[in-house]
Design a protein around this ligand. Structure first.
Ligand code: HEC
Length: 156
């Protein structure tokens, strides 16, 4: 009788954990995907930014058409940043550089993304006005990236 109730207890326990574990796993998978998606978007932003950084450092030849095309891409991508940060992933163990206060300051976070989009459009336009104007506009856009990173991205 004693033995039997132990067996029943352990069956009940494993049934309970079988129901519980997948629920946690689904939540983790959801968070993992949300983090990968937002990091993926920012990697794409970085992909378009990289060549312009290379030109600013004179590591690759200046190419106004490429800066214009890449800046236009960044202007399209930046408004997606608040979208991909909509999932509040605070408290998860998934590695991220996103600071918790993003989700306490969503409006400011979205404003900072909108500023990058506006500066990227300015940069695309500035490519018509020569290298000096272009590099000045690029500095302004980079400053707008940094403004968000300073507040909302973990510093290295
Ligand atoms: C509105 C806020 C915001 C703006 C604007 C912003 N970033 Fe970020 N960026 C972040 C946050 C937050 C992270 C960390 C994301 C994470 O680890 O989950 C990040 C991460 C990155 C990463 C690393 C991605 C990875 O995981 O490999 C790159 C590259 C990057 N940003 C480039 C840029 C560039 C370039 C700009 C401007 C054109 C920019 N960001 C504008 C908030 C922003």
């Amino acid at each position: 009788m004693f033995r039997r109730s132990i067996v029943l207890l352990s069956i009940a326990a494993s049934a309970a954990s079988a129901a519980f574990v997948p629920a946690i796993a689904v939540a983790d998978e959801h968070i993992q995907r949300a983090v990968e998606t937002r990091q993926g978007l920012l990697k794409v932003v970085g992909f378009y930014m990289g060549p312009i950084v290379g030109m600013a450092r004179e590591q690759i030849p200046y190419d106004a058409d490429r800066i214009k095309a890449n800046a236009e891409r960044i202007a399209e991508l930046a408004p997606m940043i608040p979208d991909v940060f909509r999932s509040d992933t605070r408290g998860s163990d998934v590695p991220t550089e996103a600071l918790d206060k993003i989700w306490d300051n969503s409006a400011d976070f979205a404003d900072k993304a909108a500023t990058v989009a506006a500066r990227a459009a300015d940069l695309a336009a500035a490519t018509a006005n020569g290298k000096g104007a272009t590099m000045q506009a690029f500095g302004a856009m980079g400053g707008a990236c940094k403004a968000c990173h300073d507040d909302y991205r973990q510093q290295e």
